[in-house]
Design a protein. Structure first.
Length: 517
């Protein structure tokens, strides 16, 4: 362990995507090649920096900048590598996909070549603001960064500028802005209390607040936790604060949907964990409430997904359910529970981004997105079919895919604290997820060939579209077969989170991975 080290890397992590967004806005109108080239360079550069930070974090370094206002530890590193990696793949996917959207409008969505400049501008700013949230050590600036990501993504949700997109964007911005305001109240309350225990501005730094959080009055803890859970929980799609989510995911361009479900929900979970778990050691009921809320969320999400015919809305509700599993891990509160929650956060980010990209590939080729309007896609789109199949099994927790590893870890962690009610409901919900996604996959890919699919023009999506899906499918399979590949980053990230658990509880995690296939 080398401790806190001043570094330029956190600054570069933010500078690359934000500068790319500004350059695309300035130069994209002059030549269309500029916007795509700048987007790929900016996202690739931030991915390289994120990996460098992650490598340093594995060796115990905490990289800081601007007097610890920016703070990249092992937990931050896990998130920024995820955001940068999936962001890069989403940009690659966008090249052909968004060009296809220009003037097509098969789903009453149309756009123009000129508006693609705005698309890439906001995509880079969206990625940049999410990265900012994950390395912000200032509790107030954490709220500002999360809110900034809401604005950038809200404009992307409304990108198609038709009635449905505008309605979804308005609902998204309105509900999230109101919801996240509660997190501001919670952040201010934590700061005001912490400032009285620390010297001045140190009361804003999360790295300092964790040292005195045990001294907070119980009333303050209850009120601040409630504000933070409602605020950041709304952004994360936690039930019952999730009504914005299905509309936003369904009407946004597919690359944006992949970012929303794959990483934006995880950024909100990160903010929730960074703040609420400050109170774990001295106030165990906070963790118990998160466990109950997580189980409630996973049930509601799966039940709503079961009733959907729109493919993207079904995947959106499934995301609500999987966020419930992540929250369940943090609610268990032990080291192993937190480890399992982070593991599922990672696995769901990969699998759900994969599912949305595969769904977008089907929409790209057929112009249809209702499950009942599709059928027989596997014959004409074998790569997309395989990738969707991988994502569906991964999210459902079926071996040998990554979701099986993290769901098994969650269930074992729940059993260790004798939360059998949560374990039983978690197993039942996982079976329901398999039913939802399995039924959809059978109908779309192996059902009777529909009119939308029978057209001669329907074929496999272009290489830049399929390569992003194949990479994510390969990662889901690799982690499922060899989970030790991510054990060290997850162990380091879990150790950062404040919990009631003890480090010796890491042993079951190692033993579990030794037992798994």
């Amino acid at each position: 362990m080398h401790g806190e080290i001043p570094s330029i890397l956190p600054i570069l992590l933010l500078a690359f995507p934000l500068a790319a967004g500004v350059l695309i806005f300035a130069l994209g109108r002059l030549a269309t090649a500029f916007r795509e080239a700048i987007a790929i360079l900016g996202s690739a550069a931030s991915l390289v920096v994120a990996v460098m930070i992650g490598s340093r974090a594995l060796h115990g370094d905490v990289l800081t900048a601007f007097n610890s206002q920016l703070y990249a530890d092992s937990l931050s590193a896990l998130l920024i590598v995820l955001i940068s990696g999936i962001g890069f793949l989403a940009i690659v996917y966008s090249f052909k996909y968004m060009r296809h959207e220009v003037g097509v409008g098969g789903l009453s969505h149309t756009t123009t070549a000129g508006r693609l400049t705005a698309f890439y501008t906001w995509m880079m700013l969206f990625i940049g603001t999410m990265l900012w949230a994950c390395i912000s050590n200032n509790i107030i600036m954490l709220y500002v960064a999360v809110e900034a990501s809401t604005i950038a993504s809200g404009l992307l949700v409304a990108f198609y500028w038709d009635r449905r997109a505008l309605e979804a964007g308005y609902k998204y911005l309105m509900l999230l802005t109101v919801g996240i305001t509660f997190s501001l109240f919670g952040c201010v309350l934590v700061y005001a209390t912490g400032a009285g225990l620390l010297d001045g501005h140190r009361g804003m730094l999360l790295s300092q607040l964790k040292l005195v959080a045990g001294q907070f009055p119980p009333t303050t803890v209850i009120l601040a936790s409630a504000f933070l859970i409602v605020g950041f929980g709304t952004k994360a799609g936690v039930a019952p604060f999730h009504p914005w989510l299905p509309d936003a995911h369904a009407e946004a361009p597919t690359p944006v949907s992949a970012l929303l479900s794959g990483v934006m929900l995880k950024v909100a979970i990160y903010a929730l964990v960074r703040t609420v778990t400050l109170f774990y050691p001295g106030f165990p009921p906070v963790a118990s409430f998160l466990l109950a809320l997580g189980v409630f969320t996973l049930v509601i999400g799966d039940l709503m997904a079961l009733a959907q015919d729109d493919l993207k809305r079904m995947l959106a509700y499934s995301s609500v359910s999987q966020i419930g599993y992540v929250l369940m891990g943090f609610g268990i509160g032990t080291y192993f529970g937190i480890y399992a929650g982070l593991f599922h956060l990672l696995n769901h980010a990969l699998a759900k981004a994969l599912l949305f990209l595969a769904a977008g590939s089907v929409i790209y080729a057929t112009g249809a997105r209702r499950v009942s309007d599709l059928g027989g896609v596997a014959k004409k789109m074998p790569v997309t079919s395989f990738c969707f199949f991988c994502g569906a099994l991964a999210v459902s927790g079926i071996p040998p895919f990554n979701g099986f590893q993290s769901k098994l870890a969650l269930l074992v962690a729940g059993a260790e604290i004798h939360a059998w009610w949560a374990v039983i409901i978690g197993i039942a919900a996982s079976l329901l997820t398999l039913l939802v996604l399995g039924k959809a996959a059978k109908s779309i890919f192996w059902g009777a060939e529909s009119e939308a699919v029978s057209r001669p023009a329907v074929k496999e999506a272009p290489l830049s579209v399929t390569v992003a899906m194949v990479v994510l499918a390969a990662l889901a399979l690799l982690i499922g077969i060899y989970p030790r590949a991510v054990y060290e980053p997850l162990k380091a990230a879990a150790s950062v989170v404040q919990s009631v658990g003890h480090t010796e509880q890491a042993t079951p995690a190692v033993a579990l991975h030794n037992r798994q296939p």
